[in-house]
Design a binder for this molecule. Sequence first.
Ligand SMILES: [Zn+2]
Length: 875
Amino acid sequence: MTRREDRFLLPLDFSPKKYSLRLEPNLQNFTFEGVVEIQVEMLKAADSITLNCADIKVHKAHFTTASGKVFNTSDISFVEKDERVVFKFGSQLTESGTLHIEYQGELNDKMKGFYRSVYTWKGEKRFMATTQFEANDARRAFPCWDEPDRKALFEVELIVDRHLTALSNMNAISTHSDPDTGKKVVKFATSPLMPTYLVAFCIGEYDYIESTVQMEKGPLILRVYTVPGKTHLAKYALEVGSKVLPNLEKFFGIPFPFPKMDMIAIPEFSAGAMENIGLITYRETALLYDEKNSTLSTKQWICLVVSHELGHSFYGNYVTMEWWDALWLNEGGAVFIEYVLTNELYPEWEIFNQFVQLDVGNALILDSMESSHPIQVPCKRAEEVDEIFDAISYNKACAVIYMLSNYITLDAFKKALNIYMKRFAWKNAQPQDLWDAMTEVVGTDIAQLMTGWTDQTGYPVIEVHPAKDSNGKRALRVKQRRFLQRGPSDDKTQWRVPISYITDKSSTPQYFLLTQEEDIITVPENAKFIKLNGKQTGFYRVQYADEMLPSLVDAIRTQEISAIDRLGILQDFCALAKAGYTDAKQALTIFSAFETEEDYIVVKALATNVLSFYGIIKRNPSIEPLFKEFGHGIFDRLGRKFGWHAKEGETDLDALTRTTVLGILKKLEHPETIKTGMEKFRAIAQEEKSDVVSPDLLGLVYAIGLSEGGKEEYDAVLNIFRKTDLNEERVRVLGSLGATKDEELLKSILKEEFVLDEVKAQDLMYPISSVVGNKKGGREKVWDWFVTNFDSIKRRVDNGFLFGRILKTAASEFDTEEHRKKVEDFLKTKELPQLKRSIAQVLEGIELSAATRERIEGSITPDSLKKLIEDQKKQ
Ligand SMILES: [Zn+2]
């Protein structure tokens, strides 16, 4: 963690107590006029006051002391690179008082700060004004102390055209019309203490639906806002929000701390959603659900995101991290609570299994790179945080919280959380504060256990060998070493690992805390199999001694072991093989143990892993066709069983399994799947029927139509994109376009007038990632496009978070040393200080892909694949 004195912070001479903010946005010329009066407390006399400020023109400013003395500014200077403004007053300010600033700002089109978002209504372009302040962009809306621990009260007044709706964090307390201008003046209640990054305003034409939720302290109005004509898509989010809010209070054991809750879908939005106090903003695909056209995955996604954002009401909004290096306190907590809350609403989704497969799975991959970073990431300057909104701060943070909550029990975890939240209510906290509360409840030193996980990069692989303990009883020798995608290393990092195991005798995980490099665990004498990381709650991989494998493979075959544990064995096996800890051939043999598998999460993991191997060898003509055949052998049975249409009484997980199985069969060019898919495509495109297949399969059918068809099919899909006003449908089309086998069409996707003009900047990564995966030179085309259009892409996506994602996608399929060199040489010519970490990850990623490909190609030969295929046929 950075010490306060090492951070680049505003001086501690004056501190804000309350902001009174008056803003008048102009949606014709995209500017706004602002007046801010900040009550400041003097901590130390000074002759100047420094605040954060960016893209703002200050008209004038003065300081009025508590005793009524007025100091006019003698000098206003901007330090652009630090995004600061300094007001000099000519003489010492020796009292607290009020800083008064009048200024003008820009409603930019960069999806950050106070910005404009465009949408179409009745064939006409319309604009709204909205905000995205996290992490460092409140300063674009008003000069402020833009640091998370400079909490203050906010009193907001918005002056808008009469026909517009104005929203902010708090409820409106008065609305009147200005007799001179005819404009509407909306004044909002004073907020509780908030950091600047949680302030928000939205001004535009909106419709809404609402419900009254019974909360502990009385009824609370929950509203979901959309652009005009879309409230029918808001019903599901409203239903989720209404159910989640009371459960949230129950989980934390604290009454909901804010007076109202608005959730609003914004047509152009850089992240998924933003947890502003009382006014949560979402990208449309994370909030709007169309019963006829949305997929089940979208439904799950909305439930998770709404739960996540509402969960921030406590994790982040009520108790805030002191500084950005502990961003994970907000985000890891919010990810954890999103799964807890979703699981309460839909136990049938077994959503924690999905968490382990996807969230933990992705965190394990990123965190096995040397260019990964600790959860608790040193952050000297606030802008460094932009790169930290990643799988480590969200998923790994949540994974280690999940590991801890299972180790100390969820009840103990909740009790400690309640103590922590009450103790730091409306204040800021550090990780140590959370660990202290945990230690109080469980009686052992939790900081000692957890800091290894939060302050060190990476995680261990646990090697397990059969052994005897000192009494000659059956035991396991366990040894930790850091797991790296690069392959076994002598890295000496160690963790305190809560190792658990299950056996055929007991599926309740038994714990053992590994506190040194290696140790001996006594285990039941008569167990048939012993599987470590019971229920996959731990953040580590396991490598078993060869002699332990047959009993585990048997347990998979007979399904004596639970689905999540089958998934765990599979994931570790494949990861170890790809990283060169074991032979890749061995990983392929384990697939055959899943010959009767039908559990959704295991099928999903099978598909993900088969696809990942396929991705590595798909450009190698000597093994690609055989690998596909091998893949068909794994999924063909499931394809026939689940078919293309829902069976009566099937569950949501059955539907998800169908989507997964047909999806992987399509990617492996399974002839029968392609043929049926093409029939479905014709019915949709030529007969203009939309209900030929479930929306879950639409993206797949578009991709099949594109890959098997030509220009006509391409135009038909593009037509769907142009006609719809459902963003989910647009994204679905964008994500399938790259499936075309026609090189000219592939090129036309990347033409500026399409990808930069017609596709929203927020959605740019979808067509890019779809083209980059195309075997027919997709990766070269995307990289050339990135290089040639670098400046216009950067202009269009002037947003560190989104631009970083596009860069990572553009280089994601490269896998040779020449590729790495090419990317490095190009990036060297560009000034991208905010993407230092992403660039290091891109370059290491290519290097690792090259090594993995060579390893796999060296091990999986045509003969070994032929042998596997023969074995499949015998089964
Ligand atoms: Zn979040």
